[in-house]
Design a protein around this ligand. Structure first.
Ligand code: RFL
Length: 405
């Protein structure tokens, strides 16, 4: 962050500048536009790029209802696949976990590129929101004052532009500029490194099951996540920092067959691997999520490794609260939403982080090389299928259905 730019003629003014057009930023923008609040979204990539970037695919039902309530779920409700169960595979057997029977709730499977495509269209084309793509070198100024501003280089002219605003929504993900703009010592960043890598794969292949599969195998974890009738996401545990080039087609499918193998399991439907990258699993949480006039949301504020498929859901939770709080502040002068914003978000964030850690042990314990951990991991897994209380607790956390956080 640099100091305010009192002498720079601010070419433009918007009540809110939103940095980043991911699920968080676009949802905040849509909520503001629906209430007639002007805002500007600044996005480093092109529209085509963000509409095609493959990532998440699982939405929790409360998040879908939140989008629906804000008029943002029409396509999603028409096209998403509804999942009612997941399946654990361990000790050579298949264990189906029907979470809908326990909670009455489902997961909605709708790839993130479609979520983003719908949100951009609604924001820019329907609600008339301003958005600038391909901006470079975004910088935030005067965040500790009541006259912050945002500057960036315009891709068309190469000129620096300054936008004055009342609030900056930092929604620019894990590698953005917003978190980096927090003055040292003003926020605590808590980190957790799992010391585990996941080879994240997208296969041009139909799903091999009607549900998510978790293979908890002594060779390492393997996951199967249906994305669409043509595309399936797979994960393979690997050493952190592994080179995806060391995972040719044959090796990937041989490992997936082994780790997801179980008595009576149908063979995997194989296909070309259209994405192959190694994720070093880690989490972080920024506390508080607010500094002066900068309000962080989504991955900019907290990263949760994709172990429990929670990141996009948390980004939407933040965005609902932030959008509503900004509307209340800017249309009615009501500050209470903004005052409670960080704490309200962080309660769910920490709960989801704890669940991800718990699930990480379930996924990775049998491959830890430590026979004691392997034994307790299998006990955890078995408990899900022998204890209705343990099953109910798992279902509640997996679906994010707790009454309070
Ligand atoms: P995003 O989606 O990263 O959007 C941030 C946007 O900001 C832009 N940007 C900038 N713009 C201007 N100036 C700058 N300096 C900028 N720097 C960055 C970026 O181009 C981008 O468009 O953050 P947001 O909105 O907070 O959304 C978070 C989610 O994207 C993320 O949590 C999920 O993808 C996590 N995740 C999953 N979450 C789920 O809920 N369910 C899942 O099944 C799930 N699977 C996943 C995942 C993440 C994965 N990756 C990325 C590790 C699977 C994978 C493989």
């Amino acid at each position: 962050m640099t100091d305010a730019l009192p002498n720079s003629p601010a070419a433009q003014r918007f009540p809110v500048v939103i940095v980043g057009a991911g699920p968080a930023g676009l949802t905040v923008g849509n909520v503001l536009r629906a209430a007639g609040v002007d805002c500007l979204v600044l996005e480093a990539e092109t529209r085509e790029f963000i509409e095609n970037r493959p990532r998440a695919g699982v939405l929790e039902e409360w998040a879908v209802r939140g989008l629906e309530a804000r008029g943002l779920a029409r396509n999603l409700l028409e096209r998403a696949e509804l999942h009612t169960a997941c399946e654990f595979r361990f000790s050579g057997e298949r264990y189906r976990f029907s979470y809908e029977e326990l909670t009455g709730r489902r997961h909605f499977v709708y790839p993130q590129p479609l979520v983003v495509t719908d949100l951009v269209r609604e924001y820019a084309d329907v609600r008339g929101g301003e958005i600038r793509f391909g901006v470079r070198d975004v910088a935030l100024h005067g965040l500790g004052t009541d006259r912050p501003s945002v500057s960036y280089t315009c891709p068309a002219t190469g000129r620096r532009q300054v936008v004055a605003c009342a609030f900056v929504a930092g929604c620019d993900g894990a590698r953005g500029v917003a978190r980096a703009s927090l003055p040292p010592g003003r926020a605590r960043v808590a980190r957790h490194d799992y010391g585990i890598g996941w080879l994240a794969l997208l296969a041009q292949a139909p799903p091999s099951s009607d549900c998510v599969l978790f293979g908890c195998h002594p060779r390492g974890f393997a996951g199967h996540m249906p994305r669409s009738p043509e595309v399936t996401r797979y994960y393979l545990q690997c050493p952190p920092g592994d080179d995806p080039a060391d995972w040719p087609h044959e090796r990937v499918w041989a490992e997936l067959r082994q780790r997801l193998g179980a008595a009576g399991a149908p063979p995997l439907a194989e296909g070309a691997l259209i994405e192959k990258r190694v994720l070093d699993l880690h989490d972080y949480v920024v506390e508080p999520m607010v500094h002066g006039r900068l309000l962080l949301a989504g991955d900019a504020a907290h990263l949760v490794a994709p172990i429990a498929a929670k990141g996009m859901n948390l980004a939407l939770h933040d965005a609902f609260l932030l959008g509503d709080a900004l509307v209340a502040r800017l249309t009615e002068g009501d500050d209470s939403g903004l005052a409670g914003y960080s704490e309200a978000c962080l309660r769910r964030v920490w709960d989801y982080q704890e669940f991800s850690q718990w699930l990480s042990e379930v996924f990775h314990g049998t491959a830890s090389g430590d026979p004691f951990r392997a034994g307790t991991t299998v006990a955890r897994l078995r408990r899900l299928f022998t204890s209705p209380t343990a099953a109910a607790a798992f279902a509640e956390q997996y679906l994010g259905t707790a009454v309070r956080y």
